[in-house]
Design a protein around this ligand. Structure first.
Ligand code: C5P
Length: 233
């Protein structure tokens, strides 16, 4: 059983969610999908009457957008067997993975005030579990660098752009999102925004172990991560 934190970071399409969730199950730990929190906050903005200028991703952004995102009540279950996401009490797990939210999420997550708010919440969730003697696998873009810099194990997943786009396509098809916008160009755009923003850009922590998943299947990645977690445990 895992005690403490495993941080899993990396760009989209590296198998991060499947791996992090699978690892939590194997290690009898909790699981936190921080991307789902940014996605739910983005959905709140899209549902509001405040216009979101996706092309304008400055860290300051627009006060109205920030106010809606901060006002949203985002709740997550940390059970890896059923990681549901609620926005103001409504289950939005499917909607936050849709094309509209995916296209807008990098703009909302670049806002410093939104990040501060969600990072505080992420730390609160993690601290509660760790103080109770438990373990948690946390996935995102800034987990090892910002959210839990003291994590016992930090993993940074990578994969070639082509492989990542292929995985996202397969995921979209499986979820019935035919013709979804997450093509290779969209992924590249989102990665560029996530990596170049001033507030907590996507980058590996200095002490992260990089795992290239291009030629590994999910069981291969899981076996590697489990081995790393057990070595540190
Ligand atoms: O992991 P996922 O693809 O669901 O993340 C959606 C978006 O949320 C990312 O493209 C990124 O803009 C943002 N994100 C973030 N920091 C995190 C997790 C996600 O900025 N820790």
């Amino acid at each position: 059983m895992l005690r403490g934190v495993v941080a899993v970071d990396g760009p989209s399409g590296t198998g991060k969610s499947t791996t992090a969730r699978g690892l939590a199950m194997r290690l009898d730990a909790r699981y936190l999908d921080t991307g789902a929190m940014y996605r739910a906050a983005t959905l709140a903005v899209l549902r509001s009457d405040v216009p979101l200028d996706v092309a304008k991703t400055t860290a300051e952004g627009n006060d109205d957008v920030v106010a809606v995102a901060l006002g949203a009540r985002v709740e997550l279950s940390t059970d890896p067997a059923e990681p549901r996401v609620r926005l103001d009490g409504e289950d939005v797990d499917a909607e936050i993975r849709g094309t509209e939210v995916t296209a807008a999420v990098s703009a909302v997550s670049a806002l410093t005030a939104v990040r501060q708010h969600l990072v505080d919440e992420q730390r609160r969730i993690v601290d509660e579990i760790v103080e109770d003697g438990g373990g948690i696998v946390v996935e995102g873009r800034d987990i090892g660098t910002v959210v839990t810099p003291d994590a016992g194990l930090k993993v940074f997943l990578t994969a070639s752009e082509l492989v990542r786009a292929g995985r996202r396509d397969a995921e979209n098809t499986a979820a019935g999102r035919a013709g979804a916008a997450d093509t290779q160009a969209d992924l590249a755009r989102r990665d560029r925004l996530d990596s170049s923003r001033t507030a907590s850009p996507l980058r590996p922590a200095e002490d992260a172990v990089e795992v290239d998943t291009s030629t590994l299947d999910i069981d291969g990645v899981l076996a590697r991560l489990q081995e790393l977690a057990e070595d540190r445990g």
